[in-house]
Write a protein that binds this ligand. Structure first.
Ligand code: FAD
Length: 458
């Protein structure tokens, strides 16, 4: 393998992971990472919040630890001791014009005990159903189904619409009625298909879980720490500010054309960009793969990091924030209480909120200029939290076409991409579109791509 060249396109967490694994596991390979932006990390970006002496995440701020991959990567990088869990673990939903606690315990919004559902949240008939085993009202057909189809069948429409859709749809700013249950929530699909019923099966699994174990982790100081560690280890193998503009066949290998007019010759190319960019890059060689990747929809979202004087706004320190139900008439989709959630953002003088907006079916923010968007989100914060004073710090981060949507049958679509690419040895496409948008899923996709490429050219 000595001297064989690999080009990784994109230095988000997927690309950084793929390059890191290649360098560590196959030190004789010559690895180059091309990154269009001037900085690495993609949707992991921790930057100073002007006006407050703190670094705050502009995109993702935590990763799930009940699945491996991201936690394993941190361990591998020696960051395990730096990981912290959110100090506040309770969250609420804005429904019917008021904040209501999300029943706990729940699995992705499905309450496991009807006694924990706050009065008025669900009709009596739904509470009665939640006391049962959660058998579907008709046998579930084989194959992938939408999250909505599964949950509606097992616990009813109201539980789905008021509790599950805001949680699962919130993960990728999607509509859970349209999202693949196999990709988004395979555990829910398996539980729904178990002979015991969805609820009985989830309750059984929940008894085996330590309720005090953290669900999320992040490096103290933000996700930028993980990006920084990977970036510094990869060193000058990363070329920032260089966009891959085309990939061409060159004998047995590949040539990657770039925005700075240079080319990068490679025995293998790992494309880790968002699916719509990957589609354009592979289209000359694998039009079928490009058509699948290009056909995936992406939601655009905005994160407004806003701070109020603490004398103007206090939020409960045992609450991590709230989600906003679809159809509540707000622009805001979620509000995270950064200082309650993370000890390192607990500023004595300011209350820092991360306010999100944008869904696959709500792109109003796209047409709003920054001042109008800020004003609209501040109004939503006033409506939900009652603060009258304006925020003293505002930072808007727009994330256009950032969250891929997984249609029913998504795993089959990815198999079609792989089979179209199989005829092109050394061209691998991976990233958030493969297993899910969550950081662990991206780390998994980068890790597997590295192994695949090493096996191919070994
Ligand atoms: C606002 C927001 C909040 C989120 N919160 C969480 C969270 O709390 N927890 C969680 O687990 N997940 C979260 N996610 C999802 C998660 O952050 C992403 O799915 C994940 O970071 C995607 O990583 P990636 O490397 O696959 O893609 P990206 O981060 O998109 O990286 C792709 C990289 O490719 C580069 N690129 C694009 N085109 C080219 C080109 N032609 N040539 C070279 N480079 C190119 C881009 O500049 C980018 O750096 C969030 C996402 C968003 C948008």
């Amino acid at each position: 393998m000595a001297g064989r060249r690999i080009v990784v396109v994109g230095a988000g967490i997927t690309g950084l992971t793929a390059a890191h694994r290649l360098v560590v596991d196959h030190p004789h390979l010559d690895v180059t990472v091309l990154e269009a932006s001037t900085v690495t990390g993609g949707k992991l970006r921790t930057t100073p919040l002007a006006g407050i002496d703190m670094d705050v995440d502009e995109g993702a701020d935590a990763f799930l630890v009940r699945v491996p991959w991201a936690a394993d990567l941190c361990e591998d990088l020696g960051l395990a001791d730096e990981l912290v869990a959110p100090s506040a673990r309770r969250a609420s939903l804005w429904l019917d014009g008021r904040l209501r606690p999300i029943p706990s315990p729940n699995v992705l919004g499905v309450p496991l005990d009807p006694m924990t559902v706050a009065p008025g949240l669900l009709p009596d008939a739904d509470l009665e159903r939640l006391a049962g085993a959660g058998q579907p009202d008709a046998p579930l057909p084989a194959g992938d189904l939408s999250v909505g189809r599964v949950i509606r069948a097992c616990v009813g429409d109201t539980v789905f619409e008021r509790l599950v859709d805001p949680l699962i749809g919130g993960v990728n700013a999607g509509r859970a009625d349209d999202l693949s249950c196999t990709t988004m929530a395979p555990g829910l699909l398996a539980a729904a298909r178990s002979p015991d019923g969805l609820l009985a099966s989830l309750r059984h699994a929940s008894r085996a879980t330590d309720p005090a174990a953290p669900v999320f982790n992040a490096p103290a100081g933000g996700m930028g720490r993980l990006v920084g560690e990977l970036t510094s280890r990869l060193g000058d193998r990363i070329r920032t500010g260089v966009e891959a503009t085309g990939i061409e066949r060159a004998g047995e290998g590949w040539v990657v054309r770039t925005s700075d007019g240079t080319t990068a010759v490679a025995d293998a190319v790992v494309v880790t960009t968002p699916a719509h960019v990957a589609a354009a890059l592979v289209s000359p060689h694998a039009p079928e793969a490009a058509s699948v990747l290009g056909g995936l929809h992406h939601a655009s979202v905005v994160v407004a990091t806003m701070a109020w004087r603490r004398t103007d706004l206090e939020v409960p320190d045992d609450q991590s924030g709230f989600l906003v139900g679809r159809g509540e008439g707000l622009l805001m989709t979620a509000c995270s209480f950064a200082g309650s959630k993370w000890a390192h953002l607990d500023d004595p003088d300011h209350t820092i909120l991360r306010v999100s907006c944008g869904r696959i079916d709500d792109e109003r923010h796209d047409a709003m200029h920054d001042a109008g968007l800020t004003a609209a989100l501040a109004t939503d914060v006033r409506t939900t939290l009652g603060v009258q004073a304006p925020p003293v710090v505002v930072r808007l981060t727009r994330w256009p076409r950032s969250l891929v949507q997984f249609p029913v049958g998504h795993p089959k679509l990815m198999a079609e991409v792989d089979s179209a690419l199989a005829a092109l040895p050394g061209l691998v496409v991976t990233g958030a579109a493969r297993y899910g948008v969550g950081i662990p899923a991206c780390v998994r996709s980068g890790t597997e791509a590295a192994a695949e490429v090493a096996a191919l050219i070994g």
